[in-house]
Design a protein. Structure first.
Length: 159
């Protein structure tokens, strides 16, 4: 059974995000082991300076790097990443599974990911050229992971 890990900067607080994420983790449990690791998001003032944001991203990057397993296939979610269709994403996951590689998806906080985390990634993945809250990105990723599993299984969920 494949293992999927999500490293997420920030905690889900809103009940609708918590419930949606839990539902997709439950659905995924039929296909794979899903671990979600929440890392603390740096506190910033309401209108942070570029230097404050840079320092916060560096601090968060240190936490992320400490959690990255050796030889993991790291996927950094970022707006400038590659766009995949659901079918292509399913093929990617299938290929990783066939090579016994476990992907680790990294979702940054509200200011994204430090460049060092993106540089360490084997893949930069974008959910869309649009901007979404990082909490919603987690739910969207979990849904796409479930959809990918359904595609691989020939399930009816994917249309």
């Amino acid at each position: 059974m494949q293992r999927l890990t999500l490293l997420c900067v920030g905690r889900l607080r809103e009940p609708f995000y918590v419930d949606a994420a839990a539902e997709y983790v439950k659905r995924l449990s039929r296909y794979c082991k899903t671990d979600i690791v929440e890392l603390p998001e740096s506190r910033l003032p309401e209108r942070p300076s570029a230097g404050e944001i840079r320092a916060a991203l560096e601090k968060e990057a240190l936490s992320v790097r400490k959690q990255l397993p050796a030889n993991a296939f790291i996927v950094a979610l970022c707006i400038e990443g590659a766009l995949y269709s659901s079918e292509q994403f399913s093929e990617l996951l299938s290929g990783l599974s066939n090579r016994s590689m476990s992907p680790v998806f990294v979702i940054g906080g509200s200011h994204g990911l430090h460049p060092s985390v993106k540089d360490a990634a084997a893949l930069r993945l974008s959910m869309s050229p649009m901007t979404f809250p990082h909490h919603l990105a987690r739910v969207m990723l979990l849904e796409q992971l479930y959809r990918a599993c359904q595609i691989q299984a020939g399930g009816r969920y994917h249309k």
